[in-house]
Design a protein around this ligand. Structure first.
Ligand code: ADP
Ligand code: ZN
Ligand code: ZN
Length: 744
């Protein structure tokens, strides 16, 4: 018999992992419920995280719960369990994990959805039509309102009618008196996605044999309440249709589902297709929505009105019950990993959630991460493949343009001759093109041609980016801005200029080359306002522009039938980032962008501009040969003992001074070595490398960051090695009373 409730209070601000015990008395709250409890001299709100039959608190100190605040638990019990798992697995605070599961915007507010007035016909359509005719002269507004209800059917919000027909509310009241209309206060979503164009209810395509095979395999998993599948399908192979088919079958069976997409604000097409398909059963979780809108979507899921949720990373915490299926689209995307506390990997969390709740997990990608494909090949997860595009369409023809050769031939422009010719041809045929500009590189940095000085942010020690309109230098990490230097601060030379090209330079050069072309640009600058990216993409879809220039934003899931040409400028920038995953990232990026071309009846062409055409990541991406790349890259990883043949463990020590941070990291390194010698002698065979250096981003927001990087072999002892490592780390933290923060 539980006697005690473990309650966590002030969850929004809690910095300690303190759970307080309270006596249950006659109350029996379920874990996840909000309760009112005495705290010090006041009453406060808390969440019950567990019930227990024993407590360390002496009987006379144990205070009772004052009241239970909700009828049903706010946090579903399964999610409480997940929070405890995250606390153990990611070594985060329980409060941090729980915060991810709370309704958005909840801070002492009552949990209450917004209500609004809705109208519906109370008489048959024929009768309503006759009434409308009769009223057309005398009361035109009433007639209009009736017609709107007839035409669009069923239930309409009064506010929406009011927008079209000023005075509609009064008209509806009058119609209510006549008995023609009923008015009700109903719960509403706060107009999430109101302005997003909904595609007319789509006809569902007949699945191809390949798609049907995949869907059936996944559904066998769903019926068996288990299974992890990797769906590897080339771009345009119809993965999304497989997802949708499975989702609707899961809903038909009375269960629920979650669909994760990398960055939901960048995939308006997917969201529109999703809403058109699942209507009121669908909830969209989206960080760009207002808090009220987010709350409403959350509420619709929590109360079971919506049974399938789509969203980015954090939608994995959607409060669905009876979970049948979790789908993660583009599983290789790094955005599934949260970089701020609590640091978690949504794919891992999904796997845990699916396993605990008896659901099936599907990971989809045209370019699966190496680790995942290796797991599928070894049979640890099930591999499903869609090797061909829908309708037997060809993958786009890819041409690699060697920019060194272009220069040698006197072409100093941003565009290779191959790309220029194809752009012109594309315009002439009235087709559309996408130009992808690799942003995260030194492409738009200012450097001195005389001494090599690079302008960096004084707070962050990363290069600042050059912007025109207005002409400024901007740091993409902290937003710091500075004027563009006229003279080199190091050597005084006048030859200090921006290097390479950002989106704005590409736009300028393009306008010079093709003055008649209509150009849209999608980058950080043009998408600052809410909804701006959707507007740009929709304008492009409507054919209001010929060429879309964009950064990484244009690589994701876009599907435009009229796009026949894709140009990749400076493909090698990703290749030069000092990271062992650079070839993989480059391969993924190029394959994904190339996949945007020729998805419908028109065939596609791709031009990749590069200074290193011989690199295997570029050559194999040009052939869109995932398997060859996988084999090649696995050999390289094995030779160097990189993941998936090893794992990296990283501890960051940050401090106000650089040497202080370095000292801390070196101290930690020594401590670990000593600790392992005493407690885990097998460490020698496990630890492949251990070194201390400044972190790649060595200074962020005025904090210096040093890192200890450990590489640990993937063998049967790895699990223990990591556990010992964690203990060693915690002991070091306790012993050193290290005030900066460090984490693995
Ligand atoms: P992926 O997600 O693999 O890139 P999509 O699911 O977006 O591919 O499908 C690519 C295109 O093919 C889309 O325009 C989609 O509507 C269409 N499509 C998908 N499956 C079918 C099918 N079975 N029959 C006809 N068209 C299809
Ligand atoms: Zn200089
Ligand atoms: Zn900065």
């Amino acid at each position: 018999m539980p006697k005690v409730a473990q309650v966590i209070v002030d969850i929004a601000h809690s910095q300690v992992d303190r759970v307080f015990d309270y006596a249950l008395g006659a109350l029996c709250p379920v874990p996840g419920s909000r309760v009112k409890v005495p705290f010090g001299r006041t009453q406060t709100e808390g969440y019950v995280v567990a019930l227990a039959s024993e407590t360390q608190v002496p009987q006379d100190k144990l205070r009772p719960i004052t009241a239970i605040l909700d009828d049903a638990p706010v946090i579903a019990p399964a999610l409480i369990d997940l929070a405890f798992w995250m606390q153990r697995h990611y070594h985060c605070l329980l409060a941090e994990a729980l915060r991810l599961m709370l309704p958005p915007g909840l801070r002492g507010e009552r949990i209450k959805p917004k209500q609004a007035l809705f109208a519906a016909l109370a008489v048959g359509e024929q009768a309503a039509l006759e009434l409308a005719r009769g009223l057309a002269r005398r009361a035109p507004r009433q007639a209009q309102a009736l017609l709107a209800l007839i035409e669009r059917g069923q239930v309409l919000p009064a506010a929406a009618l009011e927008k079209e027909i000023p005075g509609a509310r009064e008209a509806l009241r009058a119609l209510q008196k006549k008995g023609a209309v009923v008015l009700r206060q109903l719960e509403v979503g706060r107009g999430a996605y109101q302005d997003l164009k909904m595609e007319a209810a789509q006809v569902q395509p007949q699945l191809s044999a390949g798609q049907a095979g995949c869907a059936d395999a996944i559904m066998r998993g769903v019926e068996g309440h288990s299974g992890v599948y990797l769906l590897h399908g080339v771009t345009g192979s119809g993965k999304t249709e497989v997802y949708f088919a499975c989702l609707s079958r899961v809903l038909q069976e009375g269960r629920t589902a979650i669909l994760l997409v990398p960055e939901i604000s960048l995939t308006p097409q997917m969201v529109a297709r999703f809403r058109a398909r699942f209507g009121a059963q669908a909830a969209v979780l989206h960080s760009r929505l207002s808090l009220g809108e987010r709350f409403d979507e959350w509420w619709r899921i929590r109360t079971g009105q919506a049974r399938v949720a789509i969203g980015a990373r954090s939608a994995i915490f959607a409060p669905v019950e009876q979970l049948g299926l979790v789908i993660i689209d583009e599983e290789h995307e790094s955005s599934y990993r949260a970089e701020n506390a609590p640091r978690y990997d949504a794919v891992e969390v999904a796997a845990r959630r699916a396993q605990k709740e008896g659901a099936t997990l599907v990971l989809g990608s045209a370019t699966p991460s190496l680790e995942r494909y290796a797991a599928a090949r070894d049979g640890r997860i099930s591999l499903l493949e869609l090797p061909e595009r829908i309708g037997g369409r060809a993958l786009p023809a890819v041409q690699v343009a060697d920019m060194r050769e272009e220069l040698a031939r006197g072409n100093r422009s941003l565009f290779s001759r191959a790309l220029a010719v194809r752009l012109k041809g594309c315009m002439a045929r009235g087709e559309q093109a996408i130009l992808f500009v690799n942003r995260r590189g030194h492409s738009s940095f200012v450097s001195c041609r005389s001494c090599g000085y690079v302008m960096e942010c004084p707070n962050c020690a990363v290069s600042m980016s050059y912007h025109t309109h207005p002409e400024r230098m901007v740091c993409h990490y902290c937003g710091h801005t500075a004027s563009v230097p006229q003279l080199c601060p190091e050597c005084g030379s006048r030859y200090i200029k921006y290097f390479g090209a950002g989106t704005q330079q590409v736009e300028k050069a393009l306008r010079e080359m093709l003055p008649q072309a209509r150009v849209l640009r999608m980058d950080l600058d043009t998408t600052k306002t809410k909804g701006a990216h959707v507007e740009i993409l929709e304008a492009f879809e409507r054919g209001e522009a010929d060429i879309l220039i964009g950064t990484q934003m244009v690589t994701k899931g876009l599907d435009y039938p009229n796009v026949t040409l894709v140009g990749v400028l400076a493909a090698d920038i990703t290749l030069n980032i000092p990271d062992y995953r650079s070839p993989e990232r480059t391969f993924q990026l190029i394959t994904q962008v190339a996949g945007r071309a020729g998805r419908a009846d028109l065939s596609g062409q791709v031009v990749i501009q590069t200074y290193s055409p011989e690199h295997y990541a570029i050559a194999l991406a040009a052939r869109q040969d995932y398997k060859a790349f996988f084999e090649r890259e696995m050999r390289a990883r094995k030779a160097c003992q990189y993941p998936p043949f090893a794992v990296f463990a990283r501890a960051l020590c940050s401090a106000g001074q650089q040497d202080e941070a370095m000292r801390a990291a070196k101290g930690l390194q020594k401590f670990i070595a000593r600790y392992m010698q005493q407690h885990f002698p097998q460490w020698e065979g496990c630890c492949l490398a251990s070194h201390v250096q400044m972190a790649p981003l060595s200074k962020i927001k005025n904090e210096y960051r040093a890192q200890l990087l450990l590489r640990i072999a993937k063998n049967d002892k790895m699990k223990y090695a990591l556990e010992y490592l964690q203990v060693a780390f915690e002991q070091w933290q306790a012993q050193e009373k290290w005030k900066g923060h460090a984490y693995f």
